[in-house]
Design a protein around this ligand. Structure first.
Ligand code: SAH
Ligand code: SF4
Length: 395
């Protein structure tokens, strides 16, 4: 008998078993807002007068230096470090596995409390590096072209689990600053997109609190312009996103008639194209951002005609916009096909001639199923069978 030979592939998979188990019951400082941390420190015995300063110090250790051990917080007196260790933990979700694509894209499978798993993708580019993070385990919505949509919603991620994904990626990229070393302005992880698993606006507070931590100038210090939240169109939360987060907005538009959008993005039955456009029109002013990204997945013979392109341009008239064309990423059993390159180019051309930027998104990490819409944790059961989805789409 011969032992099976593993196929040669550019993919490496390593399972990391860094024990990061939190002591049961102790509150985790990761994910707390500054106010919440202040309250928690006071409750643990920090004199009220010192609490603000202590938050600043601890905040910098955690979010600027990436420190996880109270003992390493050298500007705090030893008894105070002991008090912290007796009352709190600094704990992150756990990386279960990492896959690296031949194009450098990294996909992490991350385990959160309760044993649930989400996926996080790091996409290196020449001038920046983008981390695609998840906001929910699964999704309540059932967009018919999306792999995550076949997975039942298990729960919302906490703010700590959301910001924890950013911190884990920084660990893996070895990007925390070294005290005393010259300041390095190049960042491997320079941008965040909320385009992983889940609908971020159905976990508003968790996402908002995590992004506030990401933007805090004393810590991770990412500009709000480098954070993009993608929504399928949860209309009532759009103005609030502008006011309470202020990040860039992307919207999964994907169709130019309600009839087609109802099938592709079923939330459209609740808030249709007209209502969505109304909310989007107000966003740039409310958030002081330049433009909205319209995401448009290119599905062969479904939404990719010249007529669609012309209708799209008409619909978004007056909204400062960029249209991001996403070639459909197939997944096992997916009910659609990707539009041809020629079709995508012709569609892009109509939009470009109307005066809008129309970049075609290059699928990244396809060999490790890391591209948009392919994320799904294998541990969860499918919500619908493929046959049911196909029937919905055709019906
Ligand atoms: N739930 C949010 C964010 C996650 S999806 C939303 O729907 O906007 C990020 C983007 O990938 C969305 O525009 C989504 O519509 C798109 N997407 C989902 N499945 C895809 C697939 N199979 N191929 C290409 N894009 C897909
Ligand atoms: Fe959920 Fe977004 Fe996928 Fe729709 S496209 S099912 S909203 S993750």
């Amino acid at each position: 008998m011969t032992a099976p030979v593993a196929p040669t592939s550019p993919i490496t998979q390593d399972v990391m078993t860094i024990p990061r188990k939190a002591a049961p019951g102790l509150p985790n400082l990761v994910g707390m807002s500054r106010d919440a941390m202040r309250e928690a420190l006071i409750a643990a015995g920090t004199p009220e007068k010192q609490a603000k300063m202590r938050v600043n110090q601890i905040w910098q250790w955690i979010y600027h230096w990436g420190v996880r051990d109270f003992e390493a917080m050298t500007n705090l007196a030893k008894p105070y470090r002991e008090l912290l260790a007796a009352n709190f933990v600094i704990s992150l979700p756990e990386i279960v596995s990492k896959q690296v694509s031949s194009d450098g894209t990294r996909k992490y499978l991350v385990r959160i409390a309760g044993g649930h798993e989400v996926e996080v993708v790091y996409i290196p580019e020449t001038d920046r590096g983008t981390l695609c993070i998840s906001s929910q385990v699964g999704c309540t919505l059932t967009c018919s072209f999306c792999h995550t949509g076949t997975q039942k919603l298990v729960r919302n991620l906490t703010a700590g689990e959301i910001i924890g994904q950013v911190m884990l990626a920084r660990d893996d990229l070895e990007e925390w600053p070294t005290p005393g070393a010259p300041k390095d302005e190049t960042r491997l992880l320079s941008n965040i997109v909320l385009m992983g698993m889940g609908e971020p606006l159905y976990n508003f507070e968790g996402v908002r609190d995590a992004m506030k931590i990401a933007m805090d100038g004393e810590g991770l210090s990412l500009s709000r312009r480098r954070i993009t939240l993608s929504t399928s169109g949860v209309v009532p939360e759009i103005a609030r996103t502008a006011e309470e987060i202020g990040c860039m907005l992307a919207v999964s538009f994907h169709a130019t008639t309600d009839e087609v959008r109802d099938k592709l993005v079923p939330i459209n039955k609740k808030w249709n194209i007209e209502k969505l456009l109304q909310a989007l029109k107000a966003y740039p002013k409310l958030s002081n951002s330049e433009r909205i990204t319209f995401e448009y997945v290119m599905l062969k013979d479904v939404n990719d005609s010249d007529e669609d392109a012309r209708r799209l341009v008409k619909l978004i008239e007056g909204i400062p916009a960029k249209i991001n064309l996403i070639p459909f990423n197939e997944w096992p059993g997916s009910p659609y096909e990707r539009s041809s390159n020629n079709r995508i180019r012709a569609f892009a051309d109509i939009i470009y001639k109307a005066g809008y930027a129309s970049p075609i998104r290059t699928p990244r990490g396809e060999d490790i199923m890391a591209a948009c819409g392919q994320l799904k944790s294998a541990t969860e059961r499918a919500r619908k069978s493929r046959a049911e989805i196909a029937a919905d789409v055709q019906g």
